[in-house]
Design a binder for this molecule. Sequence first.
Ligand SMILES: [Zn+2]
Ligand SMILES: [Zn+2]
Length: 390
Amino acid sequence: MLLIFLLSITVVLGGCAAPREEVSSPEQNELPVQSKAVLPEAEPDGDGSSEDILRLHFVDVGQGDAIMLQCPGGENILVDGGDKAQGEMLCAYLRECGIQELTAIVGTHPHADHIGGLIKVVQEFPVKAIYMPRVTHSSDTFRDLLLAIKNQGLKISTARAGVEFPLQAIKAQFIAPRADYYEDLNNYSAVLKIDYGAKSFILMGDAEKESEEQILSSGLNIKADVLKLGHHGSASSSGEDFIKAVAPSWAVIMCAPNNDYGHPHRETLQALGKYGVELLRTDEDGTLIITSDGQKIEVYKKGKKEASAGLNPVPEPAAVPGEEAVFYIGNLKSRVFHRPDCSNLPAAKNQIRLPSREEALEKGYRPCKNCLVPENCLVPGSAAELGCII
Ligand SMILES: [Zn+2]
Ligand SMILES: [Zn+2]
């Protein structure tokens, strides 16, 4: 257990373990002290302008959400904190990133997988403001958070559509909740839209289709480059109309591997595939760091830089025709997967590397008719009837 715990800390800390340089404000004014360099060690283009960079850390807290924004104006905003058991790890991650003070904390809604870890954060870090939707919950976790907030002498500000953070360089505004009452607690989720230069980001909390529809009918511009999907990729969120309207290039799904809820759901993955959205998943990629200078976006997985549009060059496969390949190439758009030596491979920016046939099928990819034996042909005895060529 201890080993697993230590390992998981090491993995998560990887995102912020770059050498850091603390920059104190010379006037000793009230601005939070901000770490200057928090990019992963692999970051090659140190152009010295890191204070102009917006960083969104999607911290791997297993089944739950925890997103830390480091804003170009020096503000730090934490949106959710995973469950209670993640609090200690999350505090360590924030410290590794050089965070000494939080400008604001957002508890998107009172479910434990979002607010549990915030209890520790509120106890350990100076916090200027805390935003939550106007709804209560009878859980111990919710009560403990309220107590921690009270003990720090903090008051909760209401998170609802139209409320904007007073930030220097970026715009961050709640676009939901838009109603006073919802049957499902998830729909009370504070949904945050962040605009920086030409780039936009939307963090959905656990908001579901009801809230999505209200956002859609508000007439707001909800186009965004990155969409943190509602409710861990559940089919109760991410309606096709909503995905179409947001039209993101990347979708972030925060969930644990093999979670009890089956997140992300197949319907969600299919909808994303239909619109060619690139998937980023904490269950597969670990902690994700997305950075932007307002013009372009870069994605880092566990501290490793990924090409922002597409995959690394595909290595020469050692596959022999007729045999299963050592890995497969999926087409993010058509959801078809190929042998690496197929003559019909998708463009590099639409490629995803899939380690096995099983995994490809599990993720909803179909085998290419050109280079792969169709699934049904692998059922013994069926090959001849199906006209399979094996
Ligand atoms: Zn929830
Ligand atoms: Zn949740």
